[in-house]
Design a protein around this ligand. Structure first.
Ligand SMILES: Nc1ncnc2c1ncn2[C@@H]1O[C@H](COP(=O)(O)OP(=O)(O)OP(=O)(O)O)[C@@H](O)[C@H]1O
Ligand SMILES: [Mg+2]
Length: 330
């Protein structure tokens, strides 16, 4: 681990037991929501995690913060293995790892006004000498996210979707975190508002040296704000590359299929671009296919893909792919 690495996941796993029986106490299998993910995030950078619904993105983010317990592997944050911390130490550490959510309305308590929402975490973590100091901090944070001071006495339902997301960002920011896990931060917002919120995240990162893990369905959303993008399928990473490289030279058939669903503004490019339609449903993470997990939906799948699970291989600087035939398909 280099000095600049803030987050290092090694073979992280979250397997949820599937319980059956009259007493619901018989384990009949496991949902392998996260099944051996390794990645690292340099301090001050943005890592984008993309993939279809149900592939394990949220579970990975929550496992990093230990909002769900990992069942295997390690999550090292600033040199500390979070998976080995006791619950008190983890609670203290959590100030430094904050999360923002897709739907700010359901993640903000409707009965609390904005001042109470923003000061709650300060009290929990003992930040600010007195009420005046906490008010000053909350005020500065509102300025930083572009909300007026009068917002303090209002309630979440009095704001628009974009403003509510700013409140969610302020709630995280007021604790001066090192890392923010942003779980689909703009997917509930109108397209015109999405860019404003993404720009705000970029500005805050530049001003405060924040590190982001941004989760999204949509490759178009993460394109401009991420340094590195990881593509997840059924609980595992299938490809990872510097953002510009992933978009210009996607190597995994799944990444190419995801990208082929993103329209290109230039009509000539749009006419020529490759379209790969994914057929079939996402298999169950309780019972993933043998060999390559993507093979049941891959137009190029061959015999070997059913037999042997492809490991992530490095094909260019920082560019890894889990496909036996990536070079041939390019
Ligand atoms: N607490 C839980 N208990 C059992 N299974 C769970 C639990 N949380 C998530 N899962 C399952 O784990 C898998 C991954 O879910 P997760 O929410 O992490 O996916 P996601 O990639 O965030 O999807 P989306 O894009 O829809 O938000 C799914 O099959 C889900 O049903
Ligand atoms: Mg999710």
């Amino acid at each position: 681990m280099t000095a600049e690495t803030l987050v290092e996941l090694k073979d992280l796993q979250v397997h949820f037991p599937i319980l059956r029986g009259v007493l619901v106490d018989r384990v009949v299998g496991h949902v392998k929501a996260v099944d051996g993910v390794s990645l690292s995030i340099p301090r001050g950078s943005t890592y984008g995690l993309v993939g279809e619904s149900g592939c394990g993105k949220t579970t990975l983010g929550r496992a990093l913060l230990r909002l769900v317990e990992p069942t295997g592997g390690t999550a090292v944050f600033d040199g500390v293995d979070l998976t080995a911390l006791g619950s008190n130490a983890m609670r203290t550490m959590r100030r430094r790892l904050q999360m923002i959510f897709q739907d700010p309305l359901s993640s903000l308590d409707p009965r609390q006004n904005i001042e109470s929402i923003l000061t709650e975490g300060l009290a929990t973590h003992g930040i600010g000498a007195d009420r005046a100091a906490r008010r000053a901090l909350v005020g500065e944070t509102l300025d930083a996210v572009g909300l007026p001071r009068w917002a303090l006495s209002r309630y979440p339902h009095e704001f628009s979707g974009g403003q509510r997301q700013r409140i969610g960002i302020a709630r995280a920011l007021v604790l001066s975190p090192d890392l923010i896990v942003a779980d689909e931060p703009v997917s509930a917002l109108d397209v015109s508002i999405q860019a404003q919120v993404l720009n705000l995240l970029a500005t805050l990162q530049a001003d405060r040296g924040l590190t982001y893990l941004v989760i999204a369905h949509d490759l178009a959303v993460v394109r401009h704000i991420c340094d590195t993008v990881g593509v997840m399928y059924l609980g595992a990473l299938v490809e990872q590359a510097p953002s510009a490289e992933l978009y210009t030279r996607p190597l995994h058939p799944y990444t190419r299929a995801l990208l082929s669903a993103v329209p290109v503004p230039d009509p000539d490019v749009e006419d020529r671009r490759e379209r790969i339609l994914l057929t079939g449903d996402l298999p169950s993470p309780a019972n993933p296919p043998s060999g390559c997990r993507f093979r049941t939906r891959c137009p190029w799948a061959r015999e070997r893909c059913a037999q042997e699970r492809p490991e992530l291989r490095t094909l260019a600087a920082g560019h890894t792919v889990a496909c036996h035939f990536a070079e041939e398909l390019e």
